[in-house]
Design a protein around this ligand. Structure first.
Ligand SMILES: Nc1ncnc2c1ncn2[C@@H]1O[C@H](COP(=O)(O)OP(=O)(O)O)[C@@H](O)[C@H]1O
Ligand SMILES: O=C(O)C1=C[C@@H](OP(=O)(O)O)[C@@H](O)[C@H](O)C1
Ligand SMILES: [Mg+2]
Length: 172
């Protein structure tokens, strides 16, 4: 299989699970946000400050286009990668797409003390998480080949679920 692509909300565990999954599958791990940070030399929140969300999204599309043409990768996307129809088409056509589905309350508990997510720098970040989840859940589902429950237990359990699903659909 050429690429495994993880999608889902902020705090769903795409970065955490992706890194570990890649190790276990003998593939290389890349995270779109880390790739953008490496290329620009600044953090994601700094890009939002300087270029706005629009500037960040342009960079994100460029990175998604390049990484989804590179073989042998486990790719962790950012939570907003599915907002653009062009991104959704590239992701859907160029890899096995796995949606880490996590209830918004769990997302909130995982991200509430994290300062690295600019979209949560608002007066009511919990409400924001719930609203983003409502808006994005249908988009994740639209392009997912596999949906796993990423909200319970530890990352190991989620990774086992993913590997089993990949085996069943003959992709691992
Ligand atoms: N079962 C789990 N699966 C994935 N992450 C978990 C789990 N339980 C707790 N976490 C924690 O939740 C956070 C997930 O963050 P991260 O991997 O950065 O998510 P994302 O890249 O989707 O925003 C990490 O701090 C991780 O340790
Ligand atoms: O949900 C979003 O729109 C974003 C999620 C972040 O990635 P994670 O999903 O890895 O936190 C990062 O790309 C940026 O802060 C925007
Ligand atoms: Mg991440």
């Amino acid at each position: 299989m050429d690429r495994i692509i993880l999608i889902g909300m902020m705090g769903a565990g795409k970065t955490t699970i992706g890194r570990e999954l890649a190790k276990r599958c003998g593939m290389r791990f890349v995270d779109c946000d880390h790739e953008i940070e490496a290329r620009t030399g600044v953090s994601v929140p700094t890009i939002f400050e300087i270029e706005g969300e629009e500037g960040f999204r342009r960079r994100e599309t460029q990175v998604i286009d390049e990484l989804t043409c590179t073989p042998g990768l486990v790719i962790a996307t950012g939570g907003g990668a599915v907002l653009s129809p062009l991104n959704r088409t590239m992701l859907a056509e160029r890899g096995v797409v796995i949606y880490l589905n996590v209830p918004p309350q769990v997302l909130w508990e995982r991200t509430r003390h994290d300062r690295n997510r600019p979209l949560l720098r608002v007066p009511n970040p919990r409400e924001r998480i719930f609203a983003l989840h409502r808006e994005r859940d249908p988009l994740y589902r639209e392009i997912a080949d596999i949906i796993v429950d990423g909200g319970r237990g530890n990352p190991g359990g989620t990774i086992r679920q993913i590997r089993k699903a990949l085996e069943i659909c003959g992709k691992a």
